[in-house]
Design a protein around this ligand. Structure first.
Ligand code: BGC
Length: 753
């Protein structure tokens, strides 16, 4: 009965959708009949609104082009008032009054800044992540933005690549869950004023740049693409993402922006994507540098491949008209792209109301509100990963003298991380301010910066990218810090990377704590007092030295506008840490790429082996194990896991089986735990990973309580793409594992017949 009702509702929704589609088709077709070829090519053009970002909108090349009806969209301009003026030009001064797409990199919040995406993924809380995207959309739309260049769903296993900060880590399953959550959060159903269009990036494989060097080349088997890198992009399509952004790199030797197999065969034909594709910043023009043709040829190639809109290159704008005359592209090619851009505007409701997102009164009520900030603070606290806590040093008590030391201790802008185009750091607290507030007079906070960010001033300047941290004489700063710390009961170090040491164009080869910071930490440890290291980072840091010496280490990433309060919430135990790593933390940079779901070799070395093994797959100088594995993170309480139990020892290839595990909170604090499910396919047509995440559940467990967590194993969790790219599963043996991280798992055998 229920099912019949559901089917009827779904059928009605499908009908309504089809009716909506046919209305859209009719509208767009009739509009396109009126458009000149120049106007159509104009719709394929996106420019940064750089020269109109300050003051009010003035005449400029961008506004002139809008007025000529030859611009599809602009991006990175802030303020509903300014955007209204731009829409005014598009709507009132052009022949056909087609409104603009207005984009921005709203990547982890707008003015209320959420933790960087890598950090958010460590919460494993997809509902909270969806809410963060919702809030980002609400704030951005209140300010005139209707299109965000997010989510970034590139899988990466290379911590040298600075852009790992923007993604959800190394795992395709978790990455897919988060991709869906963010698309839902941004877009809603496009009907509300706070629903904006997502742009999934960077399609594809950008996270696999060789040697972790940004913009570098990529080359991999299709099997690896489909099994490891494609799932989050596909999940975003399934969630209804309205647009996709191409990546800078090559895919099978062809730049992604001009890769027809990628943009048409895979994205549209195999996955059913029906939105539009925009290039990355100048990636169309960069095809000329990849050596595949001049601007006119690459523009033809990109358009025919399935790119619909160009960002900043001007290849379409300047050459497509002539290419049409020369017969290198057809009117159909241009129409197809133009239609997709116009459809996006239609879906957003811009034709119905071009000023839908230009309500200037909303800023006061919707942006950086107490409610939004509370959500950001709560989520930030869930992203911190407690890596070590010897003798239960944390949480700290609000008493005595607390020395706060380090270059990240008193700087709000550097708590926010990469991509904060619209942020207002002057309103955010520094950690020092947050700490003062948290102790509320019950303890004394002593402070010293202690050292520069890095000894090398030029490196610091490049890394800061404008968000400066004061420089001083290292020796004098150290002496002051040691004097301050000597009078304290506990030392809290705020050290690590600054915001722009990760993000775009911020690849690094040395992933340890920067020189002067490590030296200061060593001196502080010699004082013999309890030391807590708060590690700020946008990537896995190599902390082998610290793990051996520092009693308590918590990775706090870049927690956003509310990071200071959130850190204090966890530091003093008002909240219990529950974040778990979504990228493996190596013992040494030379191990990279190091990831939990690797293949077996023919000469495998089991985890936990203490010494080198000749003629086995290992290094002479470092064991294979990570320092902290994927999924790892401590709590202020402890959990005990039972062996996993299957509802049946076997399942049919089209059947299902349940696996359950009892998790007991054996400590004294109520807390959240992220329970993880991994599966290994023991014998298959191709070599399969030693384990793969296939489920997780964030559960709240009271002290002393036991909760049974259950997962249903369905065939899809056992399927993979083989070398012919057939998707399927093999009957045979599987190991089903549950545990608190990817290392400490307990397994049982499942037979599939
Ligand atoms: C980045 C994109 C970003 C775009 C627009 C590019 O450099 O790679 O991620 O969306 O700029 O700002």
């Amino acid at each position: 009965m229920k099912k019949t009702l559901l089917t009827a509702v779904m059928a009605a929704a499908a009908l309504a959708g089809a009716a909506q589609d046919s209305k859209m088709d009719e509208f767009v077709s009739s509009l396109m009949q009126k458009m000149t070829i120049e106007e159509k090519i104009g719709q394929l053009t996106l420019q940064v609104a750089g020269d109109i970002t300050t003051g009010s909108v003035q005449s400029s090349p961008v506004t002139e082009r809008i007025a000529a009806g030859r611009m599809g969209g602009v991006f990175n301009v802030k303020g509903a008032g300014k955007i209204r003026q731009l829409q005014d030009i598009a709507v009132k001064q052009t022949r056909l009054g087609i409104p603009l797409l207005v984009g921005m990199d709203v990547v982890h919040g707008y003015e209320t800044i959420f933790p960087i995406p890598l950090a958010m993924s460590c919460s494993w809380d997809t509902l909270a992540i969806e809410r963060s995207a919702r809030i980002a959309a609400k704030e951005a739309s209140a300010d005139g933005i209707n299109w965000t260049y997010s989510p970034m769903v590139d899988i990466s296993m290379d911590a040298r690549w600075g852009r790992v900060a923007e993604g959800s880590g190394e795992d395709p399953y978790l990455g897919s869950c988060i991709a869906r959550a963010m698309v839902r959060g941004y877009q809603g159903d496009y009907s509300g004023k706070a629903d904006i269009m997502a742009c999934v990036k960077h399609f594809a494989l950008y996270g696999a740049v060789e040697a972790g060097k940004d913009y570098n080349t990529v080359d991999m088997s299709r099997m690896r693409m489909y099994n490891r890198y494609f799932p989050p992009y596909r999940a975003a399509v399934d969630a209804g993402a309205g647009s996709f952004m191409t990546s800078f790199n090559l895919v099978d030797g062809i730049p992604a922006t001009g890769n027809r197999w990628l943009l048409t065969d895979v994205l549209r034909k195999q996955w059913g994507f029906d939105g539009f594709v925009v290039t990355d910043y100048e990636s169309l023009m960069e095809m000329t540098r990849h050596g595949v043709g001049d601007l006119a040829s690459v523009s033809v190639q990109a358009l025919k491949a399935g790119t619909d809109m160009e960002m900043c290159s001007e290849g379409f704008y300047k050459t497509l008209g002539q290419s049409l005359k020369d017969g290198r592209v057809s009117t159909d090619d241009i129409d197809r792209a133009c239609r997709r851009v116009l459809e996006a505007k239609y879906k957003l409701g811009l034709f119905a109301d071009p000023y839908k997102y230009c309500d200037e009164s909303r800023h006061a009520t919707d942006v950086y509100t107490a409610e939004n900030r509370a959500e950001a603070r709560e989520l930030a606290a869930k992203t911190f990963v407690l890596l070590k806590n010897e003798g239960g040093l944390l949480p700290l008590k609000k008493q005595g003298k607390i020395a706060l030391i380090g270059p990240l201790a008193d700087n709000a802008a550097n708590l926010c991380g990469t991509w904060c185009v619209a942020y207002t750091p002057e309103r955010y607290s520094t950690l020092r301010q947050g700490l003062e507030r948290a102790v509320g007079g019950k303890a004394t906070v002593l402070y010293a910066q202690g050292c520069n960010l890095t000894r090398d001033a030029a490196l610091q300047k490049a890394a800061e990218f404008g968000r400066t941290i004061p420089r001083g004489d290292d020796e004098a700063m150290k002496a002051e810090a040691l004097r301050v710390a000597a009078g304290a009961d506990v030392i809290v170090c705020a050290m690590g990377e600054c915001s722009d040491m990760t993000g775009e164009s911020s690849s690094r080869v040395d992933l340890e704590l920067p020189d002067v910071q490590r030296e200061l930490l060593a001196e502080l440890l010699k004082l013999g007092k309890p030391v807590v290291l708060l590690n700020f980072s946008g990537r896995p840091t190599v902390m082998t030295w610290e793990q051996a010496r520092v009693p308590a280490i918590m990775n706090v990433w870049f927690g956003g506008s509310e990071a200071a309060d959130a850190i204090c919430d966890v530091l003093f135990g008002d909240r219990v840490p529950s974040g778990k790593l979504t990228m493996t933390m190596p013992q040494a940079v030379g191990q990279i790429p190091l990831y939990y779901n690797h293949m077996s070799t023919g000469r495998p070395v089991p985890e936990g082996i203490k010494s080198y093994r000749k003629y086995q797959s290992n290094y002479l100088d470092v064991r294979n194990d990570p320092l902290y594995p994927f999924g790892y993170g401590l709590s202020y309480t402890t959990f005990k896991y039972s062996e996993p139990r299957l509802s049946a020892d076997s399942m049919a290839v089209d059947g299902s089986v349940k696996v359950s595990v009892d998790v007991t909170n054996t400590g004294e604090r109520d807390a959240d735990e992220v329970v993880q499910l991994y599966i290994r396919d023991l014998v298959a047509k191709i070599s399969r990973p030693v384990k793969e995440l296939k489920g997780f559940s964030r559960v709240h467990i009271k002290a002393g309580e036991t909760r049974t967590v259950e997962f249903t194993i369905v065939p899809d969790m056992l399927k993979y793409y083989d070398s012919e790219l057939n998707y399927g599963l093999d009957a045979g043996e599987f190991t089903v594992m549950t545990g608190p991280d990817s290392r400490r798992v307990k397994g049982c055998k499942l037979t599939v017949y």
